[in-house]
Design a protein around this ligand. Structure first.
Ligand SMILES: O=P(O)(O)O[C@@H]1[C@@H](OP(=O)(O)O)[C@H](OP(=O)(O)O)[C@H](O)[C@H](OP(=O)(O)O)[C@H]1OP(=O)(O)O
Ligand SMILES: Nc1ncnc2c1ncn2[C@@H]1O[C@H](COP(=O)(O)OP(=O)(O)OP(=O)(O)O)[C@@H](O)[C@H]1O
Length: 502
């Protein structure tokens, strides 16, 4: 990137989360990712540079080993002209969703990350001219805690995502409870995975977004105005998937095209494009494999059928590797919190040790090697507590990352241009799979995690489980078959305007 010749008109707003904002280049296949902060919490340029360098190092030294070389794109830190950043910030401000404007883009340091644009196929640095479809999924935590440290029995039966849904709806973050359950997606069972993906399509929240040629066409840019018109989506999908029932329009065509998308995404998620290697971790799946709140298993249970076997994920696929990293959280926040307090106490006594303990980096080879110690025998030392705290932070990062799947039709007769290919009804599709948002969760967020966990479980236990009959009728009618129900448009998805305290 020629940083001296930066023109804000060549960049456009692409998206943002809670901590960073992304702009995409119009021609080149790159994005700039800027950090965001609350207005009263400005950081120095040095702090921002260090923060960004830590993100890159963590990707290179930890996540590439855990998730696989091909899936992780670390990017690089770039220094930009301050005038360019200022003008860019002014230019994009009107496109930012109101719900994200509680934080400001960092315009003072001039530092940002430059990454490949993952909504395009990996043809970095130049954009493709073929149509490109990209599906972004934030799958969240795919296992039920197995630790003895868990005090709430409910946590052994219902997954955090499904419990959290009720708190999110009660506080007005989302309007409707989703039928998506991460355990279905991570099951490796095609039927369960199809149900999970269809549920995401019905209620995308911040867990699903679809881009065509780099533009958002489905899902939430803003929680208050989700774009969720399946008919319009099916129209966009036709160049990629020709309905196998031969119908070119109408609700059956829409259903067929959406089904095709779900099947292709499932196949891509189960593919082992990273040379089939299992990654550095070997954690056996423990705990319940089915979440009792998942409408899929509830429906089968009601029909007197068993939940289909947990087929298991192929070891080289990204979902498997992500789940392995998530399971570095072996103790659950309840088992971890006393260990965090042990580290805290030590730091109160010896604050100068913070650096040696690598709490804020560097995230280097030494940091990585310590993560591989999976022993759970507590010898009462600070070293043991620290290892578990660092593993927990890494696990939380994997529980909040997103997977990007880019698909593009192969040209007729052309050989597959070294990329993996998946057959579809219309043509073969070249695809790439990547992970994004691999910023290590801060040490300071642990007390918040502890409080939030307790809030989620209490709310679920008090208001939902106690009134289980009401749950069934609001979340999922038992007689309802587990098939995709197309809804009218985006209106019914609009969440409440303000989050309320519960
Ligand atoms: O705690 P959760 O599960 O609600 O996850 C938060 C996410 O909410 P979600 O549940 O996906 O709607 C939340 O997503 P939104 O900002 O709500 O889109 C963030 O990703 C947050 O991470 P961070 O604090 O910005 O590093 C996430 O916080 P972490 O817990 O991962 O730190
Ligand atoms: N390399 C990339 N290529 C294309 N799009 C990207 C890339 N990185 C991020 N994005 C888009 O920008 C959005 C916000 O990025 P990201 O998830 O990193 O933000 P965040 O603030 O760190 O998230 P969170 O809310 O989870 O803390 C993503 O959801 C994705 O749509």
């Amino acid at each position: 990137m020629e940083e001296g010749k930066m023109d804000e008109n060549e960049w456009s707003y692409h998206g943002e989360g809670n901590k960073s904002l992304v702009v995409a280049h119009a021609q080149r296949c790159v994005v700039l990712r800027f950090l965001k902060f609350p207005p009263n919490k400005k950081k120095t340029s040095e702090e921002i540079l260090q923060h960004l360098q830590n993100i890159v190092d963590f990707g290179k030294n930890v996540m590439k080993d855990f998730l696989g070389e091909n899936y992780v794109h670390c990017g690089e830190v770039v220094q930009l002209p301050l005038e360019f950043v200022k003008q860019l910030c002014l230019k994009i401000q009107c496109e930012r969703p109101e719900s994200r404007c509680d934080k400001d883009l960092d315009t003072l340091s001039g530092y940002a990350m430059c990454l490949p644009n993952l909504t395009r196929l990996q043809t970095f640095p130049f954009a493709e001219h073929r149509p490109i479809l990209c599906v972004e999924i934030k799958p969240k935590c795919g296992f039920i805690p197995f630790s003895n440290g868990v005090t709430h029995e409910m946590k052994h039966k219902v997954c955090r995502y499904c419990m959290h849904q009720h708190l999110k709806v009660a506080t007005g973050k989302w309007k409707k409870i989703s039928k998506y359950c991460p355990l279905d997606l991570y099951s490796g069972n095609k039927q369960r995975m199809h149900f999970a993906l269809k549920s995401l399509l019905q209620e995308a929240q911040n867990n699903l977004r679809i881009f065509k040629n780099g533009e958002l066409i489905y899902g939430c840019a803003d929680a208050r105005s989700p774009v969720a018109d399946l008919k319009a989506l099916a129209h966009h999908l036709k160049p990629f998937f020709f309905p196998s029932n031969g119908l070119a329009s109408g609700p059956q065509c829409t259903r067929a095209v959406i089904r095709e998308l779900v099947h292709v995404i499932t196949r891509v998620l189960l593919s082992t494009s990273d040379k089939g290697r299992a990654g550095a971790l070997r954690l056996g799946l423990q705990g319940a494999r089915v979440c009792e709140a998942s409408p899929f298993s509830r429906s089968l249970h009601h029909q007197g059928k068993n939940t289909p076997e947990h087929s298991g994920l192929p070891k080289g696929c990204l979902l498997y590797k992500t789940l392995q990293v998530q399971m570095l959280d072996q103790l659950d926040i309840e088992g971890l919190y006393p260990l965090y307090n042990r580290v805290e106490q030590y730091l109160e006594e010896f604050p100068e040790e913070r650096k040696t303990l690598q709490i804020d980096g560097p995230y280097d080879e030494v940091f990585y090697q310590k993560l591989l110690d999976l022993s759970t025998e507590d010898d009462g030392t600070v070293a043991f507590a620290l290892t578990k705290v660092q593993q927990y932070r890494v696990a939380m990062t994997a529980k909040d990352c997103s997977i990007m799947i880019a698909l593009s039709p192969c040209l007729r007769g052309a050989s597959s241009d070294q990329r993996p290919v998946i057959p579809s009804s219309r043509s073969r599709l070249a695809f790439s799979v990547s992970v994004l948002d691999l910023d290590l969760k801060p040490y300071e967020s642990i007390p918040h995690q502890y409080k939030l966990d307790s809030k989620i479980v209490s709310y679920y236990s008090k208001t939902v489980h106690a009134k289980d009959d009401t749950v069934r009728s609001t979340r999922f009618k038992e007689h309802e078959d587990c098939t995709l129900v197309l809804h009218k448009g985006c209106e019914e998805n609009k969440p409440g305007k303000k989050h309320q305290n519960v």
